[in-house]
Design a protein around this ligand. Sequence first.
Ligand code: NI
Length: 259
Amino acid sequence: MENMIFDTHAHYDDEAFDTDREELLASIQEQGVGRIVNVSANLSEIERTLELTRRYPFIYGAAGVHPDDTSELNEENFSQIRDAALQDKMLAIGEIGLDYYWDKTERKIQQKWFLRQLELAGELDKPVIIHSREAAQDTLDLIKSAGGADFSMVMHCFSYGKEMAREYLNMGYYLGIGGVVTFKNAKKLKEVVSYMPLDRILLETDAPYLTPVPFRGKRNSSEKIRYVAEEVARLKEISEAEVLKAAWENACRFYRVEN
Ligand code: NI
């Protein structure tokens, strides 16, 4: 198989890969993986993401601070996100957003730095990777107040229903679909995938997390996207190859890299 897998969201700097990262990444292209975007969630991950993009030609990066970790941000260190985002192969701002499930950082603080990072994305004209969990209405309101359809965004690991999907699709956004769609109990997400246009799907692993069936519970890695593609193909009644091809083109369009 050709290298048709574009993993639009992974975390290869995660400690889950500490024992065999080099080995795994050295052979991942042979398994059909063409491109990976390593997404950061805090300032030290931004540094590690930069290292990965320099070391591996097929790895790109995104710079941002996840809502859980926004308590580490201040006026001085905020510029680190900007500096990183301006480096070669850094394609997007992310992952940023709101997380009211873990509530690890006060919501007002999450909202403040979400907005600041959105403004940064606007200023640098970069696409945005959104993390939103149990915070559907506030995420939507904040994005709309910041400029809404002026942005290009992906709703990473989309976990809301059809109504929310419609809101984001209407603004021209993409939905990130990963291993969860293969879970038996993911009825709501399967409905969203059936409903949404194929040209707005980005395939993602969130590796090392959210491993698709039949490997659920084990460590995730980019070649396993084919199981996600297989389920998307089943739901949309097309071939897996068509899904992978469309997802590749979508990812190139979203991240503004050549096809
Ligand atoms: Ni992630």
